[in-house]
Design a protein around this ligand. Structure first.
Ligand SMILES: C[S@@+](CC[C@H](N)C(=O)[O-])C[C@H]1O[C@@H](n2cnc3c(N)ncnc32)[C@H](O)[C@@H]1O
Length: 220
């Protein structure tokens, strides 16, 4: 699970399955009781749509954003997203209005970025009050190194890639500074290779927009 813009979209899903990539399932398990069919969810770094597929299957309207045309094309073929937008997540503002989405998800993306402040600022602007932001980061304890250089053999791109790990305190600072309240986190393992010999520690987070809990009641 080590790409950036040069990810081979054609092979991405097969490689994700071979590595046992279950970030999307972990994210959905954290968020499922806070989302309802008919609501919108923004997938930041949608890729081929793996992260938002469980939300699509639950009846949500998926809006996907990604920098890679190839990944967006692969996602488009699955017909799991209502709207797909090419946009670089480091460039703000994102092309979505204030309070225009109910929820946001991002899986397998944040480990490529040292500074996530712009992403959380934009998520805080775009989400409605009470909406949830569920995402995955590379995880570390404060005493551990923040960067990991993944070798060219593992990236499959011919070049090494630097990946970033963030502490819970760092992430919580970005959340609280942008109007979110942390609800839950879950540590899990991302395998870097099909042999499952190289482990990358990951953590899924569930946060809610607004400082007071918003209880949703189903009318259906
Ligand atoms: C490892 S894939 C994860 C895809 C999907 N979310 C998943 O869980 O399988 C990382 C995705 O982030 C996208 N990405 C990388 N850098 C980006 C950037 N600066 N802006 C937007 N998307 C970016 C890549 O194009 C790729 O689709």
């Amino acid at each position: 699970m080590t790409d950036r813009e040069d990810e081979s979209a054609d092979h991405y899903d097969d490689e994700a399955e071979a590595c046992g990539w279950h970030g999307p399932a972990v994210a959905f398990s954290l968020a499922s009781m806070y989302v309802e069919a008919g609501q919108t969810i923004l997938d930041i770094g949608v890729g081929t749509g793996l992260g938002s597929m469980p939300f699509h299957e639950a009846g949500l309207r998926v809006i996907g954003m990604d920098i890679s045309d190839d990944m967006l094309d692969a996602c488009r073929k699955k017909e799991c997203a209502a709207r797909l937008v090419r946009h670089d997540l480091t460039v703000t503002p994102y092309p979505f209005g204030d309070a225009s989405c109910d929820h946001a998800v991002s899986t397998g993306v944040f480990q490529f970025f040292e500074d996530l402040e712009p992403v959380f600022r934009e998520a805080g602007r775009i989400l409605q009050n009470g909406g949830v932001f569920v995402f995955v980061t590379g995880d570390r304890n404060p005493e551990e190194e923040a960067t990991v250089v993944v070798s060219a053999e593992c990236t499959g791109t011919g070049s090494p890639v630097t990946m970033y790990r963030h502490t819970v305190d760092e992430v919580n600072g970005w959340l609280e500074g942008n109007g979110f309240r942390l609800i839950d986190t879950l540590e899990f393992t991302v395998w870097m290779d099909a042999a499952r010999s190289l482990r990358f520690p990951a953590r899924a987070y569930l946060a809610q927009k607004g400082t007071a809990p918003v209880i949703r009641t189903s009318t259906g």
